[in-house]
Design a protein. Structure first.
Length: 180
């Protein structure tokens, strides 16, 4: 009987061991390499110079106009871009030896512009601004300054003629760089 009892006890222990092994769970963690991110459009316009214009000093300056200094511009963009140049609201203050009232002020119609590549100092033909006071001056493709067309020069020319009243004029030049 002792042997039978030991055999039954051994049989129950074997069954418990088999049952314990059958209910074992396997925990496994799986890591994913899927990430989500957003790259926003980035457009940067830099310049190493500023526009400047001398005063009108002769009849030749009035008739033929004066050219501004050249401004050197560099565009870095991760989208295709366009540069719009605009003549803002021009303000005038009469000179001490001029008429007190300015009836024919300087306007955007007296301005032209020209662009050239960075390596070319010959600006060639100057183009007028359109009726909205602005013009798309330059367009280009994504990239940095090593991309052809993303580095260039801009110059303005003012031709007042004899119809513009003498005065001290402040001329805001607004450049807007945007994606195309």
């Amino acid at each position: 009987m002792k042997k039978a009892l030991i055999f039954i006890l051994f049989l129950q222990l074997s069954a418990l061991t088999a049952l314990a092994q059958g209910n074992r769970e396997l925990n496994q963690t799986i890591y994913s390499n899927n990430y989500s991110t957003t790259i926003s459009p980035t457009i940067v316009l830099t310049s190493t110079s500023t526009l400047s214009l001398p005063s009108f000093a002769s009849t030749s300056d009035l008739e033929n106009g004066l050219e501004s200094s050249a401004i050197h511009l560099v565009v870095q963009a991760n989208v295709n871009w366009k540069l719009t140049t605009e003549i803002g609201a021009i303000t005038a203050e009469p000179n001490a030896d001029s008429p007190a009232v300015i009836n024919s002020p300087l306007t955007f119609a007296n301005f032209t512009f020209a662009t050239t590549s960075v390596d070319d100092a010959n600006f060639g033909t100057f183009n007028p601004f359109n009726i909205n006071f602005q013009v798309v001056t330059k367009t280009g493709i994504l990239g940095n300054e090593t991309v052809t067309g993303n580095t260039f020069n801009l110059k303005l020319k003012i031709i007042p003629g004899y119809e513009v009243d003498p005065a001290n004029y402040t001329i805001p030049i607004i450049m807007t760089l945007s994606g195309q």
